[in-house]
Ligand binder design. Structure first.
Ligand code: ATP
Ligand code: MG
Ligand code: FE
Length: 341
């Protein structure tokens, strides 16, 4: 099927045209980062308004880049949740309007389901696999037995990893969004200079906790302010990043070993982090685990990733119809659609 997919769950307005859930003909992402930067974080009301302004342009561009018109589109997949309610509503309303006007089947896709399936746009990964969804709102480990068949293995008890990166960046006075900035500065820093805690590292669970680590950085910085010492700032970033990555890597690989699964997928915005990618690759190789991480453009928010589950559902006749509604909270393991297929 030729799908048009639409994503508006947070601060990226995105649309894509994808054939058969695998071949990306276009993937357009309009970031609102500049609109929120002055506030140091995403402002929900501004996000909704920006989506409204941008979404027609982004959809037109996705169709144009793919050299197709709406007449060629055979189905629509849209992010239904989780995310900001007002932001999600824009994408869902536009998707429903197109579906109604063109009499197309439509399916609402879970944003995290899109993140952990994005890798299938680049390579095959046999089921089952263990997926780490690590982003601005999630740090969750799942067992993935197929599209629509997810079991939660563990999750963060407090902050998501991306949230911790962004909060630590903020307290270090770095520009928003902070994750990328920490990654950049850490590249020239010594990860062993400051020994930050590795929360829950040895508790045997697959859960995470990042708020204590963030507080540890805050306490350290209060006692030892960077005061323009560039190298110390780099060492701080590298030391924080190493603590966060150590836990993410250890828990993910432990989950794979405990489940007896030799395949691991890392997905979501924080999967762009160079240290996480390198450490995960090194440790997975040492354990003989097949590791798959999407290219950075498919780790951050995009609409192409929705086509993998979207095509799977639509091509099996699983649709939502025009009663589809956005939902801010939608735990991935409550989806049981794959079993019906
Ligand atoms: P969710 O997917 O949980 O709904 P979201 O969609 O807002 O949340 P993403 O867009 O998937 O999250 O990821 C954004 C997060 O990724 C931000 O917290 C950002 O700081 C972080 N991030 C992006 N690049 C990097 C990087 N190189 N290093 C660390 N963190 C990064
Ligand atoms: Mg975002
Ligand atoms: Fe996301």
């Amino acid at each position: 099927m030729l799908l048009l997919t639409i994503e508006s769950s947070c601060d990226e307005t995105a649309a894509a045209v994808v054939r058969d859930g695998r071949k990306v003909l276009s993937s357009i992402v309009a970031s609102q980062v500049k609109d929120h930067a002055v506030y140091g974080g995403v402002v929900p009301e501004i996000a909704s308004r920006k989506h409204l302004e941008t979404i027609p342009v982004v959809i037109d561009e996705a169709l144009h880049t793919a050299s197709v018109s709406l007449e060629n589109i055979e189905g629509i997949a849209v992010t239904r949740g989780p995310g900001l309610a007002g932001a999600l509503l824009v994408g869902v309303a536009v998707a429903k309007a197109i579906a109604f006007a063109r009499r197309l089947p439509i399916v609402g896709v879970n944003h995290i389901e899109g993140h952990i399936a994005a890798i299938l746009l680049e390579r095959e990964v046999a089921f089952p696999y263990v997926a780490l969804a690590v982003s601005g709102g999630h740090t969750h480990l799942y067992r993935v037995d197929g599209i629509g068949r997810y079991t939660i293995l563990g999750q963060t008890r407090d902050d998501a990893a991306g949230e911790a990166f962004d909060k630590v960046a903020k307290l270090l006075g770095l520009p928003y969004p902070g994750g990328v900035e920490i990654d950049r500065l850490a590249a020239g820093g010594d990860p062993r200079r400051i020994s930050f805690p590795r929360p829950l590292l040895h508790d045997g669970s697959f859960n995470f906790s990042f708020s204590g680590l963030k507080t540890a950085v805050l306490n350290h910085v209060r006692k030892n302010p960077p005061q323009g010492d560039e190298q110390y700032l780099r060492d701080l970033c590298a030391s924080f990043q190493a603590a966060a990555c150590d836990v993410l890597v250890a828990k993910t690989l432990l989950a794979a070993e405990t489940e007896g699964i030799g395949r691991v997928v890392v997905a979501g915005g924080v999967a762009c982090n160079s240290s996480l990618r390198a450490e995960m690759a090194r440790e997975a190789a040492a354990r003989g685990i097949d590791l798959a991480i999407p290219s950075p453009s498919l780790c951050g928010d995009n609409a192409a990733m929705l086509a993998v589950p979207g095509d799977f559902y639509l091509s099996r006749g699983i649709t939502d119809g025009l009663s589809l509604d956005a939902t801010a909270v939608w735990p991935l393991d409550t989806i049981k659609r794959g079993e019906a297929a």
